[in-house]
Design a protein around this ligand. Sequence first.
Ligand code: SF4
Length: 233
Amino acid sequence: MIVISMKEKKAPISEIFCSWQGEGLFAGEKQIFVRFSGCNMRCTYCDEPASREKGKELSISDVISIIRKLSFKYKTKAISFTGGEPLLYCDFIKEICLKLLKKKFIFRLETNGTLPENLKKVIKHIHHISADIKFPSQTGVDMWKIHERFISMCGKKACVKVVVSLNTPISEFKKAARLVKKILPETNFFIQPESGEFLKKRNFSAYDKFYREAYHLKGARLLPQLHKIWNIK
Ligand code: SF4
């Protein structure tokens, strides 16, 4: 008998763990976080070591086995693909979804919103997408057109997040709010204060200057990263 061994796909994983979601629409939901290493962006405020680390090469079966163990131990079926930038590994994610879908897992994606072609490959399997809009002052590059395309592709599966510091140019923020109004006026638009700055000053009202520029959006919410306040991962 001839046995043909197919080489299993691998991806660099920084960590897989269970915790409470501290951002956005699903804050307070217990999730299994699959954090991929590596990122295609370099944001000035990035405090995520996974974006620069190499990570550990894990196979799809390695990841599924860890997810199943964590799901059983901590009683949750919600999975968050995060990073770094998870869409760099869209084929890998797609296979995980296909293998776990029948087991009633729920798939959420946290992305920087800059890889629409990769999103296309996996969107069918993802239940919800948290898509960022990155400002030129944060990345050094103009991504408006790409974000527009990305968010249009997400449609009703998306909520949008922008990270702001007190120095963020209001003109950039307004442009993001206008873009969301044009494409997805009903969606949630999360204004997230940069955690380093916010935790140092704890001046929540100072960020109202951004909320005021988005009050015309039904889904505008000012929400800091709650897991940092709760002091959990
Ligand atoms: S997109 Fe996210 S992970 Fe990548 S550099 Fe920016 S903040 Fe860090």
